[in-house]
Ligand binder design. Structure first.
Ligand SMILES: Nc1ncnc2c1ncn2[C@@H]1O[C@H](COP(=O)(O)OP(=O)(O)OP(=O)(O)O)[C@@H](O)[C@H]1O
Ligand SMILES: [Mg+2]
Length: 239
């Protein structure tokens, strides 16, 4: 029987993240991504989605947050976890305190799962916590598996923002807990050889890859035109 999970509330008024004020093309791209993810993972049970890429700065954290926001906009119960314990960014991007987070819980420094609630986004988050000496061991632990099992009782979607797979193997280690991975690639930045290596590692871990998110391509939507506006195009393709 899962224990009741306590949630703290955080208010966050400022944001450049996905909202009703975002350019139409970006809102539409996230709706498409959200729809394709739901079709790829049918059923009413909780879905655990890992967001990964080959190398740094391809947009994993941005995609994780905005996909979470997109599901939350449908009144889904969504939790986002900062699984990048070496170079975490979710707390800063969402402008919330880091407090105790994933590493503290996995290391046994806190007994309650450290969930914070972001009221105006209808979103829950577990930040990364203090940077641990060995995040891989923490992620591999039974405590991590038990925590995800408990959380699945409470949420519709759990989105885990992961570190780049050609830098550390943490993302693949979680393959047994993750229902599907999204692989983010970035326009003019990703490298085919590294994507290849990432796919090899995911396949070796018997991970289910839902598809790719093509991030950062300047685009001009027929619905949204504004000269010089740097937009982005999130493109989901079923692999
Ligand atoms: N589509 C986009 N348009 C413009 N800037 C973007 C876009 N996607 C991401 N960025 C910016 O690029 C930087 C890296 O993005 P992000 O942190 O999401 O990548 P990441 O893959 O999580 O990086 P890391 O590997 O360091 O965790 C950030 O400054 C982010 O604001
Ligand atoms: Mg990141």
């Amino acid at each position: 029987m899962a224990k009741k999970i306590k949630v703290n509330t955080v208010f966050n008024s400022e944001s450049m993240l996905l909202s009703k004020k975002s350019p139409f093309s970006i809102q539409e791209a996230y709706k498409t991504l959200r729809t394709n993810v739901s079709f790829s993972l049918p059923g009413n049970n909780c879905k655990v989605i890992g967001v990964v890429s080959a190398k740094r700065s391809e947009g994993k954290s941005s995609v994780s947050i905005n996909l979470a926001i997109s599901f939350a906009q449908l009144q889904k119960k969504v939790l986002i976890i900062d699984g990048d314990m070496r170079l975490p960014t979710l707390a800063a991007k969402l402008k919330i305190a880091t407090n105790k987070g994933l590493s503290n819980y996995l290391a046994g420094n806190t007994t309650e799962i450290p969930i914070q609630h972001i009221e105006e986004r209808n979103l829950d988050i577990i930040t990364s916590g203090n940077i641990p000496p060995d995040s891989t061991t923490l992620l591999e632990s039974d405590v991590m598996a038990d925590m995800i099992e408990q959380l699945k009782e409470e949420y519709d979607y759990i989105i885990i923002d992961l570190p780049p797979l050609t830098v550390v193997s943490d993302a693949a280690i979680l393959s047994k807990l993750i229902d599907g991975y999204l692989l983010v690639v970035r326009h003019n930045w990703s490298e085919i050889s590294k994507i290849d290596e990432t796919m090899r590692q995911l396949r070796f871990a018997e991970a289910k890859v839902l598809g790719f998110v093509y991030n950062g391509k300047a685009t001009e939507s027929k619905y949204y035109r504004k000269r010089g506006y740097y937009s982005s195009d999130y493109y989901y393709k079923k692999s």
